[in-house]
Every structure is written in structure tokens, then in C-alpha cells.
Design a protein around this ligand. Structure first.
Ligand code: GLU
Length: 481
């Protein structure tokens, strides 16, 4: 069994395509099949090496690897379509010679007119005007300086039946595929529907698993294969991924490129788990599955025929789960850039303290990047005081508590930090949330967050003292003068 993923490098890896890659990869592992990466870069204007590199990087980040591809080579290469033009040329010459394809001299303008005219009456189909040109006519066009395209002569009345592993039996008639279609453009560049099937055949691909947007292209590809006596792979067309409004997933719905997910602090394990499970459910409706469990359970036939709705919330939730199950040692390097963004100088903090802070804060993280807004509570000299905390700390009710906290830290002989709450209870007469709310606001800058014991454990006496001093001078003292 040989499977492939064949992205066009015209931008970042879209999550819909990532899902196709993941499913191919998991099936390849399940069936111990070869997995091939082929770059379909014949759209010269839109393709770029940069995009190719980012796609490879994102696939690897997701944990996907391949046994043949443009970067690792293989016996069926080259694996970039732009490097295979002489192969495609040999096949188009064969088709021309056998009369299964012909040169078409219609100009863009002429085709545009035919299209317009057709729009008035119904659907457009190429008229076949150049199907049977005489040598004289061809010569006259060439003399005029026209550059021909090559069109495939679609056989009349032929039926194409696809036994799709997901969609079931799909029947097409050659009468309904829009007439003779272009296989090589006038600039000599061959088109997707023509070369994809050549490559699938030459690379011995046995199963093509791809998005259902390609289902309507499949009869064209099969007709080409028949004309060239090439083998046809088995097909499975995956239902598209939709937004919650049942429209094709796009930027309007949320982030759609794997690159952005990585940058926002999603974990590859979560994205892989989520995308792999889109459109089917595992035994017992289990949602969090290790990759080996997914491999054991995944089957093309289980995948839904109809669109899978992408649930951003659920992906976040799943990501939070993976954050909680990763080791602190693994999380630290992932979080470092976000800690730096939060203005924390991690070099000056002991690793033990960093790991403990992450342990305390990670229940509040759905994304790795969430640490950025949380870490200051434990790791900055002075955290940010949010609006609510400021209002509370400026209020009359809190003034006594702030003063007494300040005093606690400036007494001689020095108090033990563990006495703080008890001393405050006695000196202020406050208890319960009347005590803990302003104390939390003072120590963390917020009204919600981790247990105060844990906060004090990380801050220590000196850390708490700095915050008490800052809050006293900023919110209370100015008002007492
Ligand atoms: N290059 C095509 C795409 O990115 C691949 C189609 C296929 O898998 O046949 O949509």
C-alpha cells in the first residue's frame, strides 16, 4: 500500500489540508504503507519555495514524517512536479500522436466570449472548435502567432464509476465534465488534473485520500489514466471541514493555518488528536486518544460522509488537557518565549522556581501562550494590577488591610510569612472573603488565581514584602496625606 499527501505550496498549511495529511499518515502507519510527500507546484505564480518549506516544517511539527519526498528523496522522484516536466511532455506527445489530445488555438478572448454566450443559455462547455483542424488551419493560426494549448479529447458517452471508500459509489458521465479540457497551457505548463494521475500512477500510489473538493476532478483524472493505460488508484474523499455556520472553514471563523496554531501556543499532540478525530468517533465516545489508539481505531469507512464542523472551543479544551499531562520539564522551554514576552527575566530565576510556578499556573492555561498573562502574578517583582484589583485596593474597606500587611513586613524582629493571615485576622478583625479578596489583590494584582498559599510559597517573604510596599505607597498612602 502506498499513500501520499500532495500539497500545493501556495501559502501556509491550512488545517483542512493538515487533516488530510494526518489521516493519510495515520492510515499509512496503521497498514504499514509507504507515505509519500509530493509537492504540486505547477501554479508558478502562486507557488513558492518559502511556502513549501513552511509546509514541511508544520507537518514535521505535527509529528508527521514521510519515507519519500522532495527533502528525503526516494526511488520514484523527483517529488516536485516542477521538476517532472519532461515526464509530462512525453505523455502529452503520446496523447497527441494517438489523437487523444489536440492543439487548441482559441484565444483567451474567444473563450471568454463563448463563455459569456453560454451563460445566457445555460452551462458552458468547450465547443470543440479546434477538435478537427486541418493542417492548413493550424499553420494559419501558428503564422498569426497564436500559441496553442493542448486539450484532452473527452471520449463521448463514457461512464466513470468511482467506488469511493467514504462517499460510496459515485457515477459520472463523460458528457457532463465540461467538454474537452486543457491539459497543457499555452505557456507549456501542464495542469493539475492531467499530471496528478500520471504522478499517482508512476509513484505507484494505491490509495488517494484527499478533500472532497477534488471529487469532481476525479473523472477527468480517470479518463486521462484510461487514455494512457495507466493504473487508477482507489479513492477516498474526505468531507470538508466547516465552520459552525456550515460554510467552508475560512479566516472568518478563526485561525486556519497550522503555523498560527503553533505560534499561539497550541501543542502538536492536541492539534493532531483533534484533527484526526474530526468527523468520526472512537469507541466509547472517547475524545482524547494517544496516537497509537487512534491508529488502532481509524478506518476510512468510519469517516463521516458529510461535513465535519470545526469546534474551536473543543480544540482549546483538548489543548488544555495536553498541557496538564505534559511534564514540567517539557513545558518550560515551550513557555520560555512567552515568559520573556511578559517581561520576566527567566535567567535570574531559579529553574526550580520556574517549574513550580508553571505547575501552579498550568491549570489555568488552555494554550501555552496563556502563561504570558498569568506568570507575572508569580514571577514579576511587581505584577500588573488590573482594574478590579485597583478599585478594591483603593477602597476604604481595604485600606486597613493594606496598612497592616505593609506593617507586618516591616516589623522588627521579622515575622514569619506563615503567620501573615493570622496576624492580619487579629489586627484588622477581618475574616473570610473580606480578608482574602484584598489580600489576593495585593499579592497578585487580581481577584482570581491560584491558592494564596501557593502564591506566598513562590514569592517568599521578600517577594510579598515588595508587593505590600508597592501597594501601600501606590494605593493607600497618597490618600492618607
Ligand atoms: N495539490 C492538490 C491540493 O493541494 C492535491 C490534490 C490531490 O490530493 O490530488 O489540493
Amino acid at each position: 500500500m502506498r499513500l501520499r499527501f500532495a500539497p500545493s505550496p501556495t501559502g501556509f498549511l491550512h488545517i483542512g489540508n493538515a487533516r488530510t495529511a494526518i489521516i493519510n499518515y495515520l492510515l499509512a502507519r496503521k497498514y504499514r504503507a509507504d507515505f509519500i510527500l509530493r509537492i504540486e507546484d505547477t501554479d508558478m505564480e502562486r507557488s513558492s519555495r518559502q511556502s513549501e518549506e513552511s509546509i514541511l516544517r508544520d507537518l514535521r511539527w505535527l509529528g508527521i514524517d514521510w519515507s519519500e519526498g522532495p527533502d528525503v528523496g526516494g526511488t520514484f522522484g523527483p517529488y516536485r512536479q516542477s521538476e517532472r516536466f519532461d515526464i509530462y511532455r512525453r505523455y502529452s506527445e503520446q496523447l497527441l500522436l494517438e489523437g487523444k489530445a489536440y492543439h487548441c488555438f482559441c484565444t483567451q478572448e474567444e473563450l471568454e466570449q463563448m463563455r459569456k454566450k453560454a451563460a445566457e443559455t445555460g452551462s458552458y462547455e468547450y465547443s470543440g472548435r479546434c477538435r478537427n483542424l486541418s493542417d492548413d488551419e493550424k499553420k494559419r493560426f501558428l503564422d498569426e502567432g497564436r500559441k496553442p494549448t493542448i486539450r484532452f479529447r473527452v471520449p463521448d458517452g463514457e461512464t466513470v464509476v468511482i467506488e469511493d471508500a467514504i462517499k460510496g459509489r459515485v457515477v459520472f458521465s463523460s458528457e457532463n465534465i465540461g467538454g474537452d479540457f486543457i491539459i497543457v497551457r499555452s505557456d507549456g505548463v501542464p495542469v493539475y488534473n492531467y499530471i496528478v494521475i500520471i504522478d499517482d500512477a508512476l509513484m505507484n500510489i494505491t490509495h488517494v485520500v484527499r478533500g472532497e473538493d477534488h471529487l469532481s476532478n476525479t473523472p477527468k483524472q480517470i479518463l486521462i489514466a484510461r487514455a494512457l493505460s495507466l493504473p487508477v488508484p482507489k479513492y477516498a474523499h474526505l468531507a470538508l471541514v466547516m465552520g459552525n455556520d456550515r460554510k467552508k472553514l475560512s479566516k472568518r471563523h478563526g485561525i486556519t493555518s497550522v503555523d498560527m496554531y503553533r505560534k499561539e501556543g497550541y501543542l502538536p499532540e492536541a492539534l493532531l488528536n483533534y484533527l484526526a478525530m474530526l468527523g468520526w468517533s472512537a469507541e466509547g465516545e472517547k475524545e482524547i486518544l494517544a496516537i497509537d489508539e487512534i491508529i488502532a481505531q481509524i478506518e476510512l469507512e468510519k469517516l463521516a460522509k458529510s461535513a465535519a464542523v470545526f469546534d474551536f472551543q473543543k480544540l482549546r479544551w483538548m489543548n488544555g488537557h495536553y498541557i496538564r499531562t505534559k511534564s514540567l520539564e517539557e513545558l518550560l522551554p515551550l513557555m520560555l518565549p512567552f515568559l520573556a514576552e511578559a517581561g520576566i527575566n527567566t535567567n535570574s530565576i531559579e529553574k526550580r522556581t520556574l517549574l513550580r510556578a508553571i505547575e501552579i499556573l498550568r491549570p489555568y492555561c488552555e494554550l501555552i501562550g496563556d502563561i504570558k498573562n498569568l506568570a507575572g502574578m508569580l514571577l514579576l517583582d511587581v505584577p500588573e494590577y488590573d482594574e478590579e484589583a485597583q478599585t478594591l485596593l483603593r477602597s476604604d474597606e481595604a485600606a486597613l488591610l493594606v496598612k497592616e500587611t505593609f506593617a507586618f513586613f516591616n516589623q522588627e524582629p521579622q515575622n514569619e510569612i506563615t503567620q501573615l493571615v493570622n496576624v492580619l485576622k487579629v489586627r484588622t478583625g477581618l475574616k473570610g472573603k473580606n480578608l482574602f479578596h484584598p489580600l489576593r489583590a495585593l499579592l497578585t494584582g487580581r481577584l482570581k488565581g491560584p491558592e494564596l498559599d501557593q502564591v506566598m510559597e513562590i514569592l517568599g517573604f521578600e517577594g510579598c514584602r515588595k508587593r505590600a510596599e508597592y501597594v501601600y505607597h501606590r494605593f493607600v498612602e497618597p490618600q492618607t496625606h
